[in-house]
Design a binder for this molecule. Sequence first.
Ligand code: PLP
Length: 468
Amino acid sequence: MLNHSQSHSLFSEAKQVIPGGVNSPARAFGAVGGEPIVIERGEGAYLIDVDGNRYLDYVQSWGPMILGHAHPIVVEAIQTALLKGTSFGTPTEAENKLAKLIINLVPSIQKIRFVNSGTEATMSAIRLARGFTGRTKIIKFIGNYHGHVDSLLVAAGSSAATLGVPNSPGVTQGTIADTILLPYNNVDAIKKIFHDLGKEIAAVIVEPVAGNMGCVIGSSNFLYELRHLTQTNGAILIFDEVLSGFRAGKGGAGQRFSITPDITTLGKVIGGGLPVGAYGGKTEIMDALLPVGNVFQAGTLSGNPLAMAAGIATIQTLQELKAFASLERKMSTLAEGLEEEAKSLEIPVAIEQIGSMMTLFFLAEHKKDISEKYHVSSTTFNGSMLDRSTATSSTGGCFANKITNWETAARCNTKRYASFFWNMLERGFYFPCSQFEVFFMSTAITESEIQQTINAAKEVFKILQKQQ
Ligand SMILES: *Cc1c(COP(=O)(O)O)cnc(C)c1O
């Protein structure tokens, strides 16, 4: 057993001074039981904890660390900015630079505003959509998470789902009265609501690739229908790409699916590990913000020079490395390897992968049902632009693609996931501490480390098999 004694003592101390010992509940290991490990530092693909244990990191600070930890170019960019001062509350050139980099890569964004978190981005995007349209109602999807914005904190996946808090105390009925909840990937439901209430809807906010009920990919039908219905009804379509930005495609899911939302929210990767969020879209809409228009949104530290420097260095490095294709290829290797090993031991799994995002879902169904129910061909999945048919054909094409919404995700075997998590951790592999989160690939992880991961998973699957 790994020694976690320092982690244990620091976490005990943390619990005395910080609620639950954590500054964000997903970190508390609540969904897998036990105590979180306390990290001392990161080095490329690895995390090192306070007891000196090393872990290959597939969590990457929940998404941002796409270049791995303490990447020398990012560190240097932050150091250079740091020496010039940490905040001025004035325009700086770095803001223009990061804005232009993002605008060049994300086709739907003509103008962009920087904020300090993904939560701020979605909160501001909703306000802007309401201000711009003069309407009140917003549509959100069950299992999608948009940060801890009051009006969006309903059926919000991941930590909220894991902890069984669909509506947090403190979020009033009044606050969510204008939030309409619909099932994800369900075309009929959105058609019906637009038929009934179309002209009252200010905005639809959606994760085009969901990452907060595990990785669940929006079907092209669903996303095209959303674009069509919002357009014809004068509603704003918001793609929340805080997680999928620079992950699901090199310009995010919108770019990958060739769908142009009105507003896109970003975060995570664009801050290179510093606190940044952003929202951007059509000039006409973005110019409704003060001081051009009249919708208020502000921030003392917005566009912070250190954060901009980290973001610029991260995105430029991704571009210089032409990293996207290799990130995706490496993630496919891991996905295929894990699936093959699980299948050979008759452990029913579904793997959802796009770009550098992936979730291994442990299905709850009985073994005997697997071959019929889960060995479906990838053609049943309507994702023509997703390269899945090519990705799967090399290994015989047995990706299940059965996780399409929160209802199907929630049926997974979370106990088995917890066992997978702890057994992998013990072998030096850090995966998310919940079935309903995404595994991430970084440029720092090598092919041989992916093979080591698959080999370790094989051992772990054998243990899981005995636990059945
Ligand atoms: C993480 C996340 C957010 C919230 O971002 P924070 O920086 O944690 O506030 C919003 N939307 C999605 C899709 C996310 O994954």
